[in-house]
Design a protein around this ligand. Sequence first.
Ligand code: SAH
Length: 478
Amino acid sequence: MSGNTAKLNAFPVFMRVDGRRVVIIGGGDEALAKARLMAQSSAEVVVVDPAPEAELVRWAADNGVLVLHQAYGPDLLDGATLVFAATGEEKADKAVVADARARHIPANAVDRPELCDFFTPALVNRAPVAVAIGTEGAGPVLAQMIRAAVDRMLSPSLGALASLAASYRDRVEETVPRGAPRRRFWKSFFNGATARSMARGDEAGAVAATEKLLATKGSEAGHIALVGAGPGAEDLLTLRAQRLLMEADVIVHDALVPEAVVAMGRRDAERMHAGKRKGCHSKTQGEINALLVELGREGKRVVRLKCGDPLVFGRAGEEMAALREAGISYEVVPGITAAFAAAADFELPLTLRGVASSMVFTTGHDLKGHALPDWAKLAVAGATVAVYMGRTTAAEVAGRLQDAGLSPDTAVAVVENASLGNRRLAHGTLADLPALADRSDMTGPVLTIIGDAVAGANFNHSEPLSAHARVPQLPALV
Ligand code: SAH
């Protein structure tokens, strides 16, 4: 069978049902399922059964659906637009279908495809936009899987956006020349500032953005989204991040963002490497700020992808300040920060009742000079400490915490490549931590968690840090 020539035995159409009658014969689960589906439309839904189940009656009352408590008779179908036979009995369903056909009304018999004139789809409803998925009854589970995937792709505010578009159709036709300019206008409308306002639930903002777009005849201003790519696993990306990636003209990403996530964007999107990995800065922060401003001025939709969460050791503060100063619109999309991914890998409760009720995000890189960092006091008071970028400074971190009074027996958990298939877990005590600095075999990003809450972790998949204990330096033999 060739995929290109295969013919559909059931062809999808969108049927007008507004204010028309849809009759469902039956009073059990199947009837309720069809009533629920049809209640997503503005049809007048009527369910007929001499003894409908209580759940159906309750649901119908709550949803403005009429239930007729009476025996079936063919004249109940008169004037209906669609008929469902959902009695649960083959003979009765057959009779209903025959009566419907005699009246030239299309009929569906639940779970009896051979009796059906039409099938109901798996439905993604963003009224007035609908996506209907059909498999001609071959795979309801497959249809539901596709439905879930499509549902994730479409913004929850798409319906409101489409309704706004409909209200602007006439004005756009008067104002924006047909052809390429009008296509560009609608692309900007559905992708740009109007869509962003609608997604925030700001309808007035959406109208204002549309007016602006009309005034400029569809040429859109640039927009930068500072997006958290999560810790590495591509399915730890948020749905919003994924949607923005699909829409971006340009993706500017850091070194730690995995290729699989960068690849999620449109094939023709431009991808730029902003570099920044310890020891190999390919662009300075100033250059990155300037690049974002320039792309924004060119009217590009940019996704600035950062690993983890953009607001945690991501230098997003400087990028936002540059964009604000240049008057370029931007937004921030949170991501799962490395500490959360590492804790999940270790099944480690970051807060633990009666043990740890606060949390510190810190880095080993602020330990210049001799003053104790103030987070050391929090650690002593029982906070759970997550140390970012802390491998090479492990010895200093451990030393300072002990100087501050934290016991050398305090539990420590270390995760390299959190959330990824090649992750490695190690555990030990504060006294063991200095060994981490010598672990040149750990080339991936490393996150360290310190505190009593670590004792609640699962160490089954972890090796002891002490297995790599520092070898004491022997005095040279003279
Ligand atoms: N914005 C990022 C942090 C950037 S700083 C976030 O929210 O996670 C870079 C540091 O993050 C690395 O040195 C490492 O300490 C940590 N990190 C990032 N991804 C990691 C991962 N998959 N596993 C362990 N640590 C990670």
